[in-house]
Design a protein around this ligand. Structure first.
Ligand SMILES: CC(C)(COP(=O)(O)OP(=O)(O)OC[C@H]1O[C@@H](n2cnc3c(N)ncnc32)[C@H](O)[C@@H]1OP(=O)(O)O)[C@@H](O)C(=O)NCCC(=O)NCCS
Length: 317
């Protein structure tokens, strides 16, 4: 297969701009995203009103500067795919074609180019969280539905149920340093079904500010990663070996108490009733439901287990 980079070279050499039988003249060319694209990239993402902030787009790009792509015509970006290749697992974050350019097969061209590139690397699983009305779009590229995801958020000043007794636990939750967090990649990998090396890469490249864990003796029985955003704090992944409501609520409070007083966002597997109860009890409200987790993988990808109480903001982290 032709890696994207060689196709990009062809693009740079101008082949995409050469009219072929009079039909290619006004077709956007597809190339790798570069740092100087980020303003235009953000503005295209912002038009979808999904609530992304510029610094998050910069963070996604910093995690992987080599695989996101844009479609460009006359200096204008009219399509994009942002993705993070963690090594073995790749997560597609955005797929957008600018209004006016839709239904001209540009989205499909970009997807094929991006996937062809990933296929030429060491990636064995590509995942994304699709909006419900677009999930079907991805089946043509080999993606299969895995499960549904719901997103919850908690606004500053919103308190949970007054029943504090229910959320008090004797368990202690400790803030971890980076080395300790890295050593827990194996637990994360087991819970989320991705490779351990994916977590090692993510944690080293973009260390979380607030990784909280519960340790019993030398073993980890729970871990929650919390991050600080400029407008919102993303929570997750979060797992507990044997989740129970009381300990989970206490752990969530312990993590949130460390965060700046901003909106907190979290994604959970929709079928995880326990996680839903915990977040509702703690003052979170449902923001988006029916988001479809799809995967394109040679191996079987399973729904997240019940022990995983929250997934990460960017699929893996
Ligand atoms: C989804 C999106 C990227 C598709 O891009 P596009 O360039 O319009 O799509 P294409 O023209 O390449 O479509 C290729 C094929 O997919 C189908 N398709 C396009 N959008 C679809 C959708 N929402 N659901 C199911 N199939 C879809 C097309 O009908 C076409 O099928 P065909 O080959 O049988 O004709 C584009 O509509 C978009 O940017 N939407 C807004 C942002 C968004 O929702 N992104 C996805 C978030 S998960």
């Amino acid at each position: 297969m032709t890696p994207l980079r060689s196709m990009v070279c062809v693009g740079i050499l101008g082949a995409h701009h050469i009219p072929v039988s009079g039909i290619m003249a006004d077709e956007p060319s597809i190339r790798l995203m570069v740092d100087t694209d980020l303003d235009q990239v953000f503005s295209l993402i912002d038009q979808e009103n999904w609530g992304w902030e510029f610094h998050e787009i910069r963070r996604i790009f910093a995690l992987d500067t080599r695989n996101s792509i844009v479609a460009e015509i006359n200096g204008e970006i009219v399509g994009l795919i942002t993705l993070i290749n963690f090594g073995k697992t790749a997560f597609i974050v955005h797929v957008i074609v600018k209004e006016g350019w839709r239904k001209k097969r540009l989205g499909a061209r970009m997807m094929r180019d991006a996937l062809q590139n990933l296929d030429s690397l060491d990636v064995d699983n590509v995942e994304l969280h699709a909006m419900p009305d677009v999930a079907e779009f991805y089946t043509q590229f080999g993606f299969k539905r895995v499960e549904e995801i719901s997103f919850f958020c908690k606004h500053p000043g919103t308190s949970g149920q007054q029943n504090t007794v229910d959320a008090t636990s004797d368990a202690e939750f400790r803030l971890l340093d980076l080395e300790e967090t890295l050593s827990m990649s194996e637990c994360q990998s087991r819970m989320m079904g991705f490779h351990e090396s994916d977590f090692q890469y993510a944690m080293k490249t973009d260390p979380p500010e607030y990784p909280v864990a519960r340790l019993v003796g030398s073993s980890v029985t729970a871990m929650l990663i919390a991050r600080k955003g400029s407008e919102l704090n993303p929570l997750g992944p979060w797992f507990m070996n044997h989740p129970d409501k009381k300990t989970a609520r206490a752990m969530l409070r312990s993590a949130i108490a460390r965060l700046p007083d901003r909106r907190t966002d979290v994604g959970i597997s929709t079928s995880n009733e326990l996680a839903k109860d915990i977040f509702l009890d703690e003052g979170f409200s449902l923001m988006t439901e029916g988001v479809v987790r799809v995967s394109r993988s040679a191996r079987a990808v399973s729904p997240f287990p019940r022990e995983l109480l929250a997934i990460g903001h960017l699929g893996v982290i």
